[in-house]
Write a protein that binds this ligand. Sequence first.
Ligand SMILES: N[C@@H]1[C@@H](O)[C@H](O)[C@@H](COP(=O)(O)O)O[C@@H]1O
Length: 372
Amino acid sequence: MRLIIRDSAEDASSYIADYVIDRIKAFEPSPEKPFVLGLPTGGSPVLIYRRLVERHRAGEISFRNVVTFNMDEYVGIPQEHPESYHSFMYKARGPICARGWLLNALAQHFFSHVDVPPRNINLLNGNAPDLEAECHEYENKIRKYGGIELFLGGIGPDGHLAFNEPGSSLKSRTRVKTLAYDTILANSRFFGNDLSQVPRMALTVGVQTVLEAREVVIIITGAHKALALQKCIEEGVNHMWTLSSLQLHPHPLIVVDEDATLELKVKTVKYFKSIEKVVNEVGLAQNFPRKRDSVVEDQISLAPNGHGSTRKMDKMELPRIDISCGPSPVLEPMSARMGKATPGPFIDDEVGDEPRLTSMHERMEELSLAEQ
Ligand SMILES: N[C@@H]1[C@@H](O)[C@H](O)[C@@H](COP(=O)(O)O)O[C@@H]1O
């Protein structure tokens, strides 16, 4: 588990956006070998999308060979509803205020502003005639692409991942889910604070679906999510805080702002900050997870055009780094640390400098000799 702490939500979001861009570039996606990206909605990723769009406009990243799978969608509201996750992901522009300014440039979101081809975009259909079949098909499609390379996500204040509410099976897959009261309450802010307007059900990828991604990157900002972060980082795996399932993932990365760390122990915060410092010092900051850890390593993927070309993930090598003079204290041998202490009766000091522990029967013999 890596935890990256940044001063503000803006900094945390920029970190993630830049990280995702680095990953896509390093992957060198092509039509035959697209980069498969899992995407979230909600307030937390808005600044991430803004930066992705900015860097795309600056010509620094193309999403032409990226295939996306969104995490979730409400059941029963039309796709064109302003609060559907379809609308969220495409959203062309923010609301205009009375003076004609673009009041909320942050509301631009993603698909309408980048070059991801529409055929590469996958969103669950919350109005499908057969919701179960829709979920089943979604999982199949992810599998056909060889699994998700990087799943980007946020969490709810109760630690839910996608719409995997407290108590969700950690083995769950894409399915229909009834929303918890807490979630309905939290999301009512998008529905004019009218609880009755918030859908009661959603389609969501499962915990297991997320865990099978090769990498999972989560953004958590705000004091209202501090308890969830604490439960997930400092306590054990628990289905009541589904984010904690990331402890079972080989490459989870959680990026937070300072407010989200409010419930963490000082020791925890210092630990993760020191890890980041060391990682930067030895130049491993941009190191990629090793492909052989991937749960999708040996899976066969289909090209997005359905041609069925296969690919095997490339092996990536760790950079060679001299860590012999790293920041860790040089360990001294035991003998040096013990100084000139007189060896006790059970220590054989005749074999070099390093004391040797003697076996029980030797010690018994020595004792009986001494008594005679
Ligand atoms: N299903 C979504 C989650 O995927 C999202 O992580 C959560 C947090 O949203 P926000 O970032 O607005 O707090 O909201 C919803 O419940």
